[in-house]
Ligand binder design. Structure first.
Ligand SMILES: Cc1cc2nc3c(=O)[nH]c(=O)nc-3n(C[C@H](O)[C@H](O)[C@H](O)COP(=O)(O)O)c2cc1C
Length: 201
């Protein structure tokens, strides 16, 4: 039996830790993340709750040399699928720098089961899997960061990641590596008090 105190500590300990401090300054050490560790993290993600047992989470894992390909692909995808008014070179380079400075990138897919479960419930199930992943990452002393951007879910882009069903989605990229700097504090401190978010009846 897991005790609630230990679980609460892990939940509060989990932080978003990004692969870069700024462009050109990595936040992750060179220490590799073993295949065995990645498999364990994804096995924990796989135990998420799922309506109708559709298990809609899918993961495309980049590590080692393939991360350079991911960075280049993200540069090209952002350039190809961003309007002139919205295009920001700094944004494109930050997106690529995450992939260049991370040890592992896990692209997060949602495999749609049309007619079985509403799409939003499948998105919710994937988010549960990502929280399992992020808590496990923290328990291993790894930094983790869930990055989202509209370009990841452009049909041609998500198909390249391996999520090519008509109603599949790409819900982001999860970056992870062992941090080389101090474990961060939560931005703006603790969350707003939960009492303000509860209606007791
Ligand atoms: C669905 C989702 C998407 C997120 N996307 C981004 C993102 O694209 N960029 C970013 O800087 N942070 C992103 N975050 C992380 C939040 O910034 C972070 O969770 C928040 O600052 C609270 O910090 P904590 O995770 O350390 O508690 C995302 C978080 C979630 C749950």
């Amino acid at each position: 039996m897991i005790d609630l105190q230990s679980l609460s500590e892990l939940i509060e300990f989990r932080r978003t830790v990004k692969p870069i401090v700024s462009i050109g300054e990595s936040n992750f050490s060179e220490r590799p993340v073993s295949r065995e560790t990645i498999e364990r993290l994804l096995s924990n993600a796989n135990w998420a709750p799922t309506h109708g047992l559709t298990e809609p989470w899918r993961f495309t894992v980049y590590q080692g040399d393939s991360l350079k390909d991911l960075a280049e692909f993200l540069r090209q995808a952002y350039t190809a699928h961003t309007s002139e008014e919205e295009f920001r070179e700094a944004k494109r380079e930050k997106m690529a720098a995450y992939a260049e400075c991370t040890r592992v990138a896990i692209v997060l897919g949602m495999k749609r089961h049309p007619g079985k479960i509403p799409a939003e419930e499948e998105v919710m199930a994937v988010a549960c899997a990502v929280q399992n992943l992020h808590l496990s990452v923290a328990a291993e002393g790894l930094g983790g960061f869930w990055s989202t951007a509209p370009v990841y879910d452009v049909p041609a882009v998500r198909a390249e990641f391996g999520f090519d069903g008509d109603e599949d989605r790409c819900l982001g990229i999860f970056y992870l590596g062992y941090p080389k700097n101090d474990w961060p504090e939560r931005k703006k401190g603790a969350p707003q008090p939960v009492e303000e978010k509860i209606i007791w009846r």
